[in-house]
Design a protein around this ligand. Structure first.
Ligand SMILES: [Zn+2]
Length: 319
């Protein structure tokens, strides 16, 4: 998600007829399996993303830098469970709630790493967003930097493997969904995947830097990994049903917008704007994807529409 947009957290239990979807537990820190912790960020209160901590033999790997205040909360939680140092912080993409604490981690001795698309996105969009965030957020302002710090290491070949002989971590890139730098972390032995914002568990899909048309292909790439535990960057963790739901949501979104356009409707009749931003929409999506439908729907419809209209990804139109 883009950290500026905050939305109400909802309870997800009972969705799709199963006990799969846990209720949101902001600021909870729990061990998913031995040496793997999932920290659910306080999205509503502070715009924090979720974090994952993975214990290797002599060091730790963290998924997502978070905003600086989120990084500080995570560091405090880590201290309660281990004395090992954080060696790598994997930015799943360039958004502030995932990467703006990069400088906090590098100062603490860690190496930040991301797909080369993370750096490309920062080059295209910064320092504008950093300066906006610094106006609004004390934690970003307090770093006293002129722009976002890009990941120190990048990878282009997927998967990029991190291993110390005891545990294998694969950093994957399946193409452009939420951003051009979308990265997934997969643990083949444990069958755990951390998805970044390309797959979320709840109404958190920010589409304005995205590629709605290609989004389902990226999720299909992640599905092929065969993970049984899915750790999204926003919303509670769960199983493969989160991947299936994300895929269905993006497919239904595009289908609904295509159908409206084919029926001769105009964008102004489908999305109502207020102060230059999408405010409401007449389009509805099937009940099966309701876990992903929320306050962002007008923006998502608007972005999908613009993408279809221009014949190129929304993210390229939003620079
Ligand atoms: Zn994001």
């Amino acid at each position: 998600m883009n950290g500026k947009r905050l939305i109400n957290l909802a309870a997800f239990s009972g969705l799709l007829g199963g006990p799969f979807f846990l209720t949101a537990q902001p600021d909870s820190f729990k061990e998913i399996t031995k040496g793997v912790w999932f920290r659910e960020g306080d999205l509503k209160g502070h715009g924090h993303c979720n974090n994952i901590v993975i214990e290797m033999k002599d060091y730790l790997v963290v998924v997502d830098a978070n905003f600086p205040s989120g990084a500080q909360r995570l560091m405090a939680d880590i201290k309660k469970v281990t004395k090992k140092p954080v060696k790598y912080v994997f930015d799943t993409h360039h958004h502030g709630d995932h990467a703006y604490a990069n400088a906090v981690w590098t100062k603490a001795g860690a190496t930040t790493i991301g797909h080369e698309g993370v750096v490309a996105e920062m080059k295209a969009r910064e320092p504008k967003r950093w300066l906006e965030a610094a106006k609004e957020r004390e934690d970003v302002r307090a770093l006293n930097l002129k722009t976002a710090e890009p990941p120190k290491e990048t990878f282009s070949k997927s998967p990029h493997v991190i291993t110390d002989g005891t545990r294998r971590l694969e950093l994957h890139h399946f193409g452009w969904a939420h951003t051009k730098g979308d990265g997934f972390l997969f643990m083949p032995a444990e069958k755990i995947v951390a998805t970044g914002d390309a797959v979320v568990n709840g109404p958190y899909n920010y589409t304005s830097d995205g590629n709605v048309g290609n989004w389902p292909n990226v999720v299909k790439g992640a599905q092929k990994l065969g993970a049984t535990t899915v750790l999204p960057a926003h919303g509670p963790h769960g199983g493969p049903e989160i991947l299936a739901g994300e895929l269905a949501f993006m497919t239904e979104l595009r289908k609904a917008v295509e159908a409206a356009r084919k029926s001769g409707k105009k964008l102004e009749g489908v999305v109502k704007m207020e102060k230059g931003a999408p405010k409401s929409t007449t389009l509805t999506l099937p009940p099966a994807v309701k876990n992903w439908v929320g306050d962002f729907l007008p923006m998502q419809v608007f972005d999908a529409w613009k993408e279809l209209e221009a014949g190129k990804p929304r993210g390229d139109l939003n620079i």
